[in-house]
Design a protein. Structure first.
Length: 304
């Protein structure tokens, strides 16, 4: 069993059925540990070339952090936020923003990566131990708006003062990229957890991977992705007294905790990630289902 939590960690469980059974029987489980997405990462792999594949996965994670990280000063996203423009953007960033735009439209603006200045205002105030100042929030709210993001193959431009956060989608996108890499290595019984899940095929025994949800219940995952968002999984401030880290781009405030957890499955982890985030702002289960139906093979797996 694998239990979902909101800890930022990467776990990959894999076996390569493309190799003869005799070769797999001789392959010990190789474990690699390192850092990914700002947290501990673990790769467990049963494969004759496990060490080399692990090294390539680690290199890919590092490369993708140089695209999506808000904490690496020279990442593509950090440079875009700092300069308001990025020329020759990496394909992964273009693809992620394209997906973000589609989810923004389908969710009537509930999913909006331009909330970063507002998130920063709340986070800075929480670190300082006081409520955010009205003037700071007013300035941040004025910068929100997906129409201020211009995306072209050769250039991404932001309206002056804007900044993006991809925290509600990038973990899923990275899971998809790792899945692509491992599929290219011939692996087809893989479970990837970057905070969101992506399954290549099923478990080594042929069944679906049984993914247990923290709120209770289980989702069988086979050749599919699963993402869970918990509005109070991370808060501004201490414990239950803090406000949700998910912000409403329309009101400019942390969302009221309508739901404790929402789990969405889809063909890609990036899509499931973005939709589960946006679903936290949708007031009824029926409206969430209607929203998910705008995308092929998306399902609401659990809501509480």
């Amino acid at each position: 069993m694998t239990t979902i939590s909101r800890r930022r960690m990467l776990t990959i469980l894999a076996a390569a059925t493309a190799f003869p059974a005799s070769a797999m029987a001789r392959a010990e489980v190789h474990t690699w540990q390192g850092r990914a997405l700002g947290a501990r990462a673990t790769l467990r792999l049963a494969h004759p070339d496990a060490a080399a594949i692990s090294a390539r996965v680690a290199s890919e994670i590092d490369r993708l952090e140089n695209v999506f990280s808000l904490f690496r000063p020279e990442s593509a996203l950090a440079r875009l936020n700092r300069d308001g423009m990025l020329t020759a953007p990496p394909f992964e960033l273009l693809e992620c923003l394209s997906l973000a735009g589609r989810v923004h439209a389908a969710t009537e603006g509930r999913f909006d990566p331009t909330v970063q200045p507002l998130w920063r205002a709340y986070a800075d105030a929480a670190i300082a131990g006081h409520a955010p100042k009205d003037a700071d929030l007013s300035r941040a709210r004025a910068l929100i708006g997906w129409d201020g993001v211009q995306v072209a193959p050769d250039r991404i431009t932001l309206r002056p003062g804007m900044a993006l956060t991809l925290n509600g989608i990038a973990q899923g996108v990275i899971a998809d990229r790792i899945a692509d890499l491992l599929a290219g290595e011939g692996l087809d019984n893989v479970l990837i957890d970057t905070g969101e899940f992506r399954a290549l095929g099923g478990a080594p025994d042929g069944d679906a991977w049984p993914v247990r949800l923290a709120a209770g219940g289980e989702v069988p995952l086979k050749a599919r992705a699963l993402a869970t968002s918990a509005p109070r999984g991370t808060t501004f401030g201490e414990g239950n007294s803090g406000e949700s880290h998910i912000l409403d781009p329309k009101s400019g405030t942390p969302i009221a905790a309508m739901w404790s957890e929402i789990s969405v499955s889809a063909q890609s982890a990036g899509l499931a990630d973005a939709l589960s985030t946006a679903a936290c702002l949708i007031p009824t289960g029926s409206e969430i289902v209607s929203c998910l139906q705008k995308f092929r093979e998306c399902r609401l797996e659990k809501i509480s």
